[in-house]
Design a binder for this molecule. Sequence first.
Ligand code: ATP
Length: 312
Amino acid sequence: LTRLYAPLTGLANARVEIMSALVSFDRVFEIMDLKPMIVEKPDARPLPAGPLSVAVKDVSFAYPSADQVSLASLEDVAVLDSRQSATVLKGISFTVPAGSTTALVGSSGAGKSTIAQLVSRLYDVEAGSIELGEMNVKDATFASMRSSIGMVTQDGHMFHDTIRNNLLLAAPEASEDEVWDALRRARLEPLVRAMPDGLDTVVGERGYRLSGGERQRMTIARLLLQAPRIVILDEATAALDSTNEAAVQAALAEALQGRTAIIIAHRLSTIRDADSILVVEDGEIIEQGNHYELLELKGRYAELHETQFSRH
Ligand code: ATP
């Protein structure tokens, strides 16, 4: 049975990955022969127009156990395991006002990425609710969720395809000018102009090798093209060289301008300006405030700050 777990976890991760690349939910389930755990209601409506706030209301959550993620072909085996996985979030509540930035910090495994996944409805909450612009995500159409939420993941994943196709994933209708504009704003224009095939350069494994910072800026360019109202950013843990770091920060600042943002921060230096910082530990919010308020508190945030900056 332990063998069964590994592929299931793998699939769950693949689902997140593919979803963040904006491929249709239905197609993913079709390919994987999975029964969808998340379904669109027959009477689902698009999210409301205009800037969107994010409200997490008394949310508790445990990842589904293997028997709930039943693979059609392995169903009989999968149902044998009825153990419940541990509760990851324990009744958390917070609001991100439309157009503002909230950062999540805390130890590894505290539940930060889980919060981000619930806001994008990769899983459904067990108790409580998630509301975007005051609409419960369970009532929203998948199409409006996909176009309204943009995710920037840690590794800046690029498909083994041309730069053009990688960017158009987010906005299939975008014109050539819009693609170049996004590249310019992501500080990538000179690099792509210098490539022999320009936008038709194939990247990824076996293709043109982009550096970590360049890959991150590509995902930012993709985000700028998608122009979602909500941005969820899982900050990279890997350190970038200072030129790349500065370029990534500048591009990000531009991408977040005027949008509602949730940043999972690993380096505290990047979230000083966040409107609100939540310290998450063991599935609960233990401190909340801006950078200065939290330093003043001399609690967990101040401690994290001390540890990070004394290391450098
Ligand atoms: P990090 O800073 O390391 O990214 P985090 O605060 O984002 O950590 P989460 O990734 O949300 O933490 O994980 C919270 C808990 O949920 C951990 O105990 C983790 O092992 C568990 N977990 C995360 N993803 C899954 C999954 N797909 N299936 C089962 N359990 C999971």
